[in-house]
Ligand binder design. Structure first.
Ligand code: HEC
Length: 141
């Protein structure tokens, strides 16, 4: 009896982790589509960008440690002087109108593709926080 109960618990656990993995995969697949539609034309298919014109989203020491600047770029765009990993940029990127869930999909795609070793935790809460901070900044005179 006990054996059966343990077995059922084990099975439930397995199913749960399988479902989570499946959910993550579909999220990454959605993120890939968003990347192709919204970012690829400037930041390139493989995220390498164009040095001194379009910053690299792949292979950055900065983004390996934090997703904040990626989220901020999507929410508020970028203008004027920008330094990323020692390279200078003086271009313009307009904000990209995406929902929080879409930004999470996109980040999961970026991190799964180019930062598989990164310890950055991705969740909707961090995106909500950056959105609140961006809104506050906008209100400053
Ligand atoms: C039309 C071209 C274009 C598109 C589309 C675009 N960007 Fe950018 N992006 C730029 C340019 C140009 C810069 C540099 C801006 C500057 O020099 O201030 C930049 C900068 C960035 C940076 C660097 C920010 C930092 O603080 O180092 C990130 C991250 C970024 N973009 C992410 C994205 C993501 C994610 C998308 C898609 C949702 C996207 N960009 C779409 C042109 C683009």
């Amino acid at each position: 009896m006990l054996k059966w109960a343990t077995c059922q618990l084990l099975l439930a656990g397995l199913a749960a982790s399988w479902c989570v993995a499946d959910e993550l995969d579909t999220s990454i697949a959605r993120g890939e589509k968003i990347y192709q539609q919204e970012c690829l034309e400037c930041h390139m298919d493989d995220g390498t960008g164009v040095p001194e014109v379009f910053p690299h989203l792949a292979g950055s020491a900065t983004f390996a440690k934090s997703a904040d600047r990626i989220i901020d770029s999507i929410l508020a765009g970028n203008e004027g002087q920008l330094v990323l990993d020692g390279q200078n940029y003086t271009g313009l990127m307009l904000p990209v109108p995406l929902e929080n869930a879409e930004i999470l999909d996109l980040l999961r795609y970026i991190y799964a593709s180019w930062y598989p070793q990164s310890k950055v935790k991705l969740d909707v809460k961090m995106i909500q926080l950056r959105r609140a901070l961006a809104a506050e900044k906008k209100q400053e005179p």
